[in-house]
Design a protein around this ligand. Structure first.
Ligand code: ADP
Length: 575
């Protein structure tokens, strides 16, 4: 609850004024029927026009005052609940930024999106209803009860026949709806996962002409959401008719039992009208309270999902780091008996007994078939994941002992499919270092062989690259990503198949520039093509998660079977 109370305190005026004005408005609700009864009994019955006009004016003024306080109350409630939701959303977002890849894999991206949007909206709706009704409804309930009992004890007692019936109905509704809400939110997770995957991969879907398949897949998930939400929300449908029945049954009973007193002159028509109004106010207040409880049930399901994120054990942090003040200043890397698997209850390791040493400043190639563990191996260097057994050392210090931020500051990773953002070339490059000068931009772009095509754009470095780099070719995007990473001035740079869309001549020029101008930086290049790594100081060959060879091209071509196989299969294709 602390996540909410912080914001309730911060925006205390809305949280105070919202309910305050709503209670004021409720007070008017008691007075109106009373004046109305008097107009009927004293004004209409006796033909006193002045009385009717005077009291009519009072009624009109009161109605205006109620309208103003009602609007103010609703306004503060909306403001308070929206601010509360915005605050919680920001906190959840901050927490998501801290989550490790493993945490994100566990939650799934779609579920995190639902939690930060739909689930928080449920909390916001509940908070709004709460602010509007939490004091207003009890005040209205008690006030209307007092008024009706003071008018006629016996008749008012009828209400106690209806209350247990209403309470039982609400109890059954809540019991049934509660677990269904959880399932409904889960179905929204599935929908978000599917939409996210489809939209980000729209190009692949189109190129494989798989639109129909995706539409069918989506329809299935969409139907599931319909089923789950219908199942949860239809329970709520019972609430309206049940409370309408309660109001009508009570009114009927009151009219039935009031018939005799009215006939014998014990009760006046105006009093009966007011009495019925008070009783329906009692039931409306009860109805609103029930609604708070029902919405609360829904919000509780969402609350549990938000708390799960906020309390997620971040399995990758630097709380226990021993050398937080140290930075990576050479770039020497050592893997000592490293084992790793993504799913801890899987039997097989994705990386098995990895032992390798990389000197500072070396250019190292990593080669191996798809799925052999190349990406996984390099992700242990900037601690995107942690080794399960063994150690990864940089400059002789375990990666777990650096402050994560300073470690990642010095280890740059360029993925095959990296993301660029809307904006200019320069803005995108400055993601690597926002304070970089124009000269520095040109310098890194030259190393990444991007300068010449950037200069070819009409506005050069100030050219807009479109959404996600839509105006660029695949190879141009990759080169911009390499330049962006270089701007961080890393001590270790990892290219994970990040020149796959670049032609072989440019690819070789990038490596040449890396070798000549980044002498102090350790360079790790994961590649599919052997030609991309054959001039490396050292090549690591991976097969099914194990290192099956380390050496130069000439050494491996003689000693490593896997390397030979890759070499000859690629050579055959070239010929
Ligand atoms: P490579 O880079 O050589 O193609 P990867 O390191 O990407 O290989 O993958 C090695 C193995 O780990 C593969 O079997 C792959 O399916 C699995 N894997 C990769 N990433 C994940 C992940 N995030 N969750 C679960 N398994 C994964």
């Amino acid at each position: 609850m602390k996540i909410y109370s912080r914001y309730a305190k911060k925006y205390w005026y809305s949280f105070l004024l919202g309910p305050f004005f709503m209670v004021l408005e409720a007070c008017g609700e008691f007075i109106l029927p009373y004046i109305n009864a008097n107009i009927i009994d004293k004004g209409v019955a006796k033909g006193d026009v002045n009385y009717i006009i005077n009291n009519g004016i009072i009624m009109a003024l009161l109605a205006i005052a109620m309208m103003i306080t009602g609007i103010l109350g609703a306004n503060f409630s909306i403001r308070g609940s929206s601010r509360l939701a915005a605050g919680v959303r920001a906190d959840v977002f901050r927490q998501i930024q801290k989550l490790s890849f493993e945490n994100i894999d566990d939650f799934t991206t779609g579920s995190l999106i639902t939690r930060i949007t739909n689930d928080i909206t449920q909390i916001q709706n509940f908070a709004q209803t709460l602010l509007r009704g939490m004091f207003r409804s009890p005040v209205m309930l008690i006030g209307a009860l007092i008024m009706s009992f003071s008018m006629n004890m016996k008749l008012a007692a009828i209400i106690f026949l209806v209350v247990p019936f209403l309470a039982l109905a609400i109890f059954i509704i809540i019991k049934t709806a509660s677990p269904r809400y959880g399932k409904m939110q889960k179905a929204i997770d599935g929908l978000n996962n599917s939409v996210g995957e489809t939209i980000t991969n729209e190009k692949v879907i189109k190129s494989f002409v798989r639109e129909d398949y995706e539409i069918k897949k989506f329809a299935k998930i969409n139907d599931e959401l319909v089923e789950k939400s219908t199942s949860a929300l239809k329970v709520m449908l019972f609430m309206q008719p049940i409370s309408a029945f309660a109001v009508n049954a009570t009114t009927l009973a009151v009219v039935w039992f009031a018939g005799r007193p009215i006939m014998i002159g014990d009760m006046e028509i105006g009093t009966l009208t007011a009495f019925i109004t008070y009783l329906s106010q009692v039931l409306t207040a009860l109805n609103f309270l029930a609604n708070i409880v029902l919405q609360g049930t829904r919000a509780a399901a969402s609350h549990r999902r938000i708390v799960e994120v906020m309390n997620a054990k971040i399995d990758l942090n630097d709380d226990m780091a021993q050398c937080k003040d140290k930075t990576v200043d050479r770039g020497e890397i050592e893997f000592c008996s490293v084992n790793f698997r993504y799913f801890k209850n899987n039997k097989d390791n994705v990386l098995e007994n990895i032992n390798v040493h990389i000197n500072a400043g070396e250019l190292v190639g990593i080669i191996g078939s798809t799925g052999s563990g190349k990406t996984t191996l390099v992700s242990l260097i900037p601690r995107l994941y942690d080794a399960d057994q063994g150690e990864v050392l940089i400059d002789g210090i375990n990666v777990k002992d650096y402050a994560i931020e300073s470690l990642r500051e010095k280890v740059a990773v360029v993925l095959q499919k990296n993301t660029l953002f809307s904006g200019t070339v320069a803005e995108n490059l400055r993601w690597g270092n926002e304070n970089a000068t124009d000269e520095e931009l040109v310098e890194v772009a030259k190393i990444a062989q991007a300068d010449s095509f950037i200069q070819g754009f009409p506005l050069g470095y100030e050219s807009d690259i479109g959404r996600g780099g839509a105006n660029l070719s695949g190879g141009q995007k990759q080169r911009l990503c390499i330049a962006r990473a270089l701007l961080k001035k890393p001590k270790i740079i990892i290219l994970d198949d990040s020149t796959s869309a670049v032609d072989t001549v440019t690819d070789a020029s990038i490596r040449k520039a890396f070798r000549e101008q980044l002498g102090d930086t350790t360079k790790i290049i994961i590649a599919q093509r052997i030609t991309s790594v054959s001039d490396a100081d050292k090549i690591i060959v991976l097969d099914e998660g194990k290192i099956v060879g380390v050496g130069t091209h000439n050494e491996l071509i003689k000693s490593c079977m896997t390397y030979q196989e890759i070499y000859y299969s690629q050579k055959d294709k070239e010929e």
